[in-house]
Design a protein around this ligand. Structure first.
Ligand code: VG1
Ligand code: CO
Length: 565
């Protein structure tokens, strides 16, 4: 049957505005008629302008499409193919086999196959399924998340859209690797199905010393991972089991499922509890969990010794020279998101390197990497990564940690103790108050802004028990990108005290309903007798003062956070 383009009338949705990382809504919301079509067509309309600018009148480009396997993903790939086939500016779409591709693998493949852009079908660490969340995220030709000016453009176009173009009878079997060729109204269009696990494996082989890692696995060390039924499972099995020799039985929940088997695929101490409980038994030396789309990681040592993501990136920074990729490429600089603790800054200072402080969200690291100023970066939200791609990378972080362990021949706990003894320890915790009602969450933020505006707030003293804190700075974090000079405002209300301790309040930009308030607490300690204390005990005065200043409990009626990290 000949393939022809149909123009279809539509009316705009008013809510297609991307948050911290793409558009996230309930699956049912995405399933509304024309919802996906409108959003993808708006993306194509924005993209076509860029193609015109960069390649000219007859320019055609290719597109990468993958997703984390959650419910509605395969159906959505089908819709994207029908719309892409109708767009004369796109001559090829590369899709991972069965549409399954981790976020880091999409970034890797955009760079490897040199596609003009990419679409990732994921709501990342949000639960999946018919009654949970779905998400769509756009990436650029550098492999990184689209920048604000581009997502703003898509949003503006989505508020005015009145038509989209589809090839109704277009279909393609995405389970078979290979190239499928089509002709749409006399124009050639192809769909290439790739094995992204192989592509990602090759990238990792180029970064790490696989022989060293194989020997490490043979040495008797017990390693286990839990993919929470997210998309990283097949990558973990192939790399850790087939290549490096980890027993299959240690690759837990490694089959991607549309509802993640009921897990909330967020690798933290609350939602990855089964791994935490397993590690507490003391039978394993190393445990790691990943989120739904495989860009986050949580790393635990023996007896569930927890490495905060802030410490994780700092320890890796101090040991990067052990990894072949960095021996070859050199170390260009470091970066962390503003709420992430200052542990990384201390290593940077020691090495004489720069450490950038960016707003929350991986998209802010891309320009720094593209301009050769950044090699390693991290976020407190279990994100660690390097300039090998332009997304955070959970499995990369695991291989980086295993490389450090294989070289140092020390336990995770001893590595951390040695690190704190050299640099001091940044105690860090994050309290998440999920699904607060939006009005009360806004009231908390407004209350803080009003306080910050008072002339005498700086200098004010707060006490809890015998601890006294004096406000040194209170502001709404703002960032000027050193490369493109774009300014991003309202990135978190922070109070910095005279001793360097910080408390930060932010509203999450990845939720699909209500509001999540995040409270971040960071405090530096260089009294070595305190390094092994529990962070919750050490930070208690600061946490109580943060709650007192913000009146968070009074405004929201919430006495306890949903998640403590
Ligand atoms: C959260 C994290 C942020 C992370 C983002 C995307 O955003 O705090 O650090 O980059 O999720 O991660 P927010 O706005 O909810 O605080 V993922 O794994 O969802 O792509
Ligand atoms: Co994620």
């Amino acid at each position: 049957m000949p393939l022809t383009v149909t123009k279809r009338q539509t009316t705009p949705f008013k809510d297609q505005k991307a948050g911290t990382s793409g558009l996230r809504k309930s699956t049912r919301h995405f399933q509304q008629e024309s919802y996906v079509e409108n959003f993808i067509q708006s993306f194509f309309n924005a993209l076509n302008e860029d193609i015109q600018k960069e390649i000219g009148d007859n320019g055609q480009v290719s597109l990468m499409v993958g997703g984390d396997g959650r419910y509605f993903g395969v159906e959505c790939v089908g819709k994207i193919l029908q719309l892409a086939a109708a767009n004369p500016r796109i001559n090829k779409v590369i899709v991972a086999q069965n549409g399954l591709m981790s976020t880091p693998a999409v970034s890797c493949c955009i760079r490897k196959y040199k596609t003009f852009a990419g679409i990732i079908l994921t709501a990342s660490h949000n639960p999946g399924g018919e009654n949970a969340d779905f998400g769509i995220k756009f990436n650029c030709s550098n492999g990184g998340p689209a920048l604000q000016h581009f997502t703003d453009k898509i949003y503006n176009l989505s508020t005015q859209i009145n038509e989209y173009f589809v090839v109704d009878n277009f279909s393609c079997d995405i389970s078979q690797i290979g190239e499928h060729n089509f002709e749409v109204e006399g124009r050639k269009f192809s769909v290439q199905i790739i094995d992204s696990v192989q592509d990602y494996l090759e990238l990792m082989q180029n970064i790490f010393d696989f022989n060293l890692l194989k020997d490490f696995f043979k040495s008797g060390v017990k390693i286990t991972v839990d993919a929470l039924n997210g998309v990283v499972g097949p990558y973990a099995k192939r790399i850790l089991c087939d290549e490096l020799g980890m027993p299959e039985s240690e690759a837990r929940n490694c089959t991607p499922l549309p509802d993640f088997g009921g897990f909330h695929p967020d690798p933290n101490l609350t939602y990855a509890k089964t791994l935490v409980d397993l590690m507490k038994k003391g039978e394993h030396d190393f445990g790691a969990a990943f989120d739904g789309d495989g860009d986050r990681n949580m790393i635990l040592g023996k007896d569930a010794f927890f490495i905060t993501p802030c410490d994780s990136v700092a320890v890796l920074a101090a040991n990067l020279n052990l990894i072949p990729y960095f021996q070859r490429e050199g170390i260009k600089g470091f970066a962390r998101s503003m709420p992430t603790s200052g542990a990384l800054d201390l290593v940077a200072k020691d090495l004489g390197m720069k450490c950038f402080e960016t707003p929350t969200g991986w998209k802010f690291f891309g320009n720094l990497m593209d301009s050769n100023q950044l090699s390693l970066c991290g976020e407190e939200s279990f994100g660690t990564g390097s300039d090998h791609i332009r997304e955070k990378d959970g499995l990369w972080a695991v291989l980086a940690w295993l490389s450090v362990l294989a070289n140092k021949k020390m336990t995770i706990r001893d590595i951390l103790l040695a690190h704190w003894n050299k640099y001091g320890r940044n105690f860090f915790s994050r309290y998440d108050y999920e699904e607060c009602d939006s009005d009360s969450a806004n009231k908390v933020m407004k209350h803080l802004q009003d306080l910050f505006a008072q002339a005498d707030f700086v200098g004010r003293e707060f006490t809890f028990g015998d601890k006294k804190f004096t406000v040194k700075l209170a502001d709404d974090f703002q960032y000027t990108d050193p490369v493109d000079h774009s300014v991003t405002t309202k990135q978190g209300l922070r109070i910095v005290f005279t001793d360097g301790s910080r408390v930060i309040f932010r509203l999450s930009g990845t939720g699909s309903s209500g509001a999540t308030i995040r409270l971040y607490i960071d405090s530096y300690e260089n009294d070595s007798s305190k390094y092994e204390l529990d962070a919750q005990v050490v930070l208690k005065p600061l946490i109580q003062i943060a709650l007192q200043i913000s009146q968070l409990q009074e405004f929201t009626g919430r006495n306890e956070p949903t998640v403590i990290t």
